[in-house]
Every structure is written in structure tokens, then in C-alpha cells.
Design a protein around this ligand. Structure first.
Ligand code: NDP
Length: 248
């Protein structure tokens, strides 16, 4: 197997400016893909990532697009297709969390989570599938919280990630005959801005894993790259946990 198994492949990663998404962009380019990624607010991070990877010889494009906005989301997919000359791999990664009791969960946060975590995935996918051919890959970044909620306040976030899981199942059926695979990668606690290793909930989350620790963004990116690659064609509709045994 080549050390650049994604040579010639073109990928779009939503929310690629920081955290898990940025590491996926890094890994896909290292493995040979040309990559476009979206971001919402952190233009400086996006520019820095493009500069870093371009200096290494990669083809990488940053696109500002709010995943909560269907028009911006669809336009970002079309821009990625135009700039990369087509599309083979879609990674639906952009998402946000808000932790609050169901009794006083703010209405605007409910709408925001639905619009970004579910709507963003839907509109990205809906626009992208007409460009994907045989061997196409859709990889949704869900969460282990679809399967296990370790404490209070996560019901709405967990609901959005349950939606990621069921959308993955249905889409795998819809697109199987076209040779396109669809999978759901479910991280456990991974050290990012959204869930820092030293954050308020970190110690309790570590205790739920079998190893007593957080995972790294690279743990998720390496699985995504494998699923994006040529050896994973018979893996579809799967829910793949990268969670240090969070559900054991
Ligand atoms: P971060 O908050 O560290 O990064 C989120 C990324 O998504 C950023 O690039 C951000 O862009 C982008 N983003 C956020 N909102 C929007 C929006 N409206 N439009 C476009 N892009 C947006 O999150 P993580 O890296 O931790 O999480 C990545 C994925 O992994 C998510 O799907 C999350 O649910 C999932 N996950 C994470 C876990 C963890 O422990 N970290 C555990 C389980 C699942 P910008 O920089 O512009 O804000």
C-alpha cells in the first residue's frame, strides 16, 4: 500500500480550522488528498493551517461558510468542487455543544445545535452527493454521546448525535448501489477547544474511559483517513467508536 493512499482524491471537511477537523485536514493532505475545509469565525486559524500545509506541498483551500446557513453551506460545497476539480470524500465534522438542564435549555441554543449539527450535515451532504461517484466516501463525525450520556445536561447535544447515527444508516442504504460508503465516526473525549483535557468535566470523563485519559485529535484523524481510503470499501453504515472504551 502506498504511503499516500489518497493521491488524486479530493476531500471537503466541514469545520476544519481547529480541533479534530484541523487534524483531519492535516492527515488527509499528508495521505495525498487535495482538501477544502470550511470554518465559521476563526479566519486566522484557517489561514495558518493553509500556510502550514501549502508549505509542505499540499493542495488545501479554506472556505468561510456558516454551517447553520443552508445557502452558505451549499455554496461552500460548490466552491470546493470548483477549486478541487471534483469531490470524492466528504467529512461532516462541524458541530457545537451546549450543556444545560432540559428545564431551562435556551431556545436559541436549541436552534443553533439543530441548525449546525443536523442541518449543516444534511445540506453539505445533499449538495455533495450529486458530485460523488463510485468509490465516494461520506464520513460523519458523530459522538459517543449518541450511545452513552455520562452525566446531566447533554440531552440536546446527544439528540443531534443520535440524528447523525440514523442519518448515516439511511444514507448508507440510499447510496450503496452507487458505490458510495457512509460511516459514522464516534469520538469519546478528545482534547480540543470544545472539550479540553483540563476542562471542568475532564476528570469525570476520564474515569468513564478504560484508560483514564483523553484521546488525541490524531486518534480520530487516522481512522477517518482509513475510512476515506481504498481499503475500506466494504465498511458502510458503521458506527466506529474512537473513545478509549467509553461504552464498555
Ligand atoms: P472544536 O470546537 O474544537 O472545533 C469545531 C470546528 O467546527 C471549528 O473548526 C469551528 O470553526 C467549526 N464550526 C463550529 N461552528 C461552525 C459553523 N457554524 N459553521 C462552520 N464551522 C463551524 O470542536 P471539536 O474538534 O472538539 O469537535 C469536532 C467534531 O467532533 C464535532 O462534530 C464534535 O461534536 C465531535 N466530537 C468531539 C468530541 C471531543 O471530545 N472533542 C467528542 C465527541 C464528538 P471556527 O474555528 O471558525 O469556530
Amino acid at each position: 500500500m502506498s504511503t499516500t493512499p489518497l493521491n488524486g482524491r479530493r476531500a471537503l471537511v466541514t469545520g476544519g480550522s481547529r480541533g479534530i477537523g484541523a487534524e483531519i485536514v492535516r492527515r488527509l493532505t499528508t495521505d495525498g488528498a487535495a482538501v477544502a475545509f470550511t470554518y465559521a469565525a476563526s479566519g486566522a486559524n484557517a489561514e495558518k493551517l493553509v500556510a502550514e500545509l501549502t508549505a509542505d506541498g499540499a493542495t488545501v483551500v479554506a472556505i468561510q461558510a456558516d454551517a447553520a446557513d443552508p445557502a452558505q453551506t451549499s455554496a461552500a460545497v460548490e466552491q470546493a468542487v470548483a477549486e478541487l476539480g471534483g469531490l470524492d470524500i466528504v467529512v461532516n465534522n462541524a458541530a457545537v455543544a451546549h450543556i444545560a438542564s432540559i428545564d431551562d435549555f435556551p431556545a436559541e441554543q436549541f436552534e443553533r445545535l439543530m441548525a449546525i449539527n443536523i442541518g449543516g450535515m444534511y445540506w453539505t451532504t445533499r449538495t455533495a452527493i450529486k458530485h460523488l461517484g463510485e468509490g465516494g466516501r461520506i464520513i460523519n463525525i458523530g459522538s459517543i454521546n449518541a450511545d452513552r450520556i455520562p452525566g446531566p445536561g447533554l440531552s440536546v447535544y446527544g439528540m443531534t448525535k443520535g440524528a447523525v447515527a440514523s442519518f448515516t444508516r439511511g444514507l448508507a442504504r440510499d447510496l450503496g448501489s452507487r458505490g458510495i460508503t457512509v460511516n459514522n465516526v464516534q469520538p469519546g473525549p478528545i482534547d480540543t477547544d470544545a472539550n479540553p483535557n483540563e476542562g471542568d468535566f475532564a476528570e469525570s470523563l476520564k474515569q468513564v474511559t478504560t484508560q483514564g485519559r483523553y484521546g488525541h485529535t490524531t486518534d480520530v484523524a487516522s481512522l477517518v483517513s482509513f475510512i476515506a481510503g481504498p481499503e475500506s470499501g466494504y465498511i458502510t453504515g458503521a458506527h466506529l467508536n474512537v473513545d478509549g472504551g467509553f461504552t464498555v
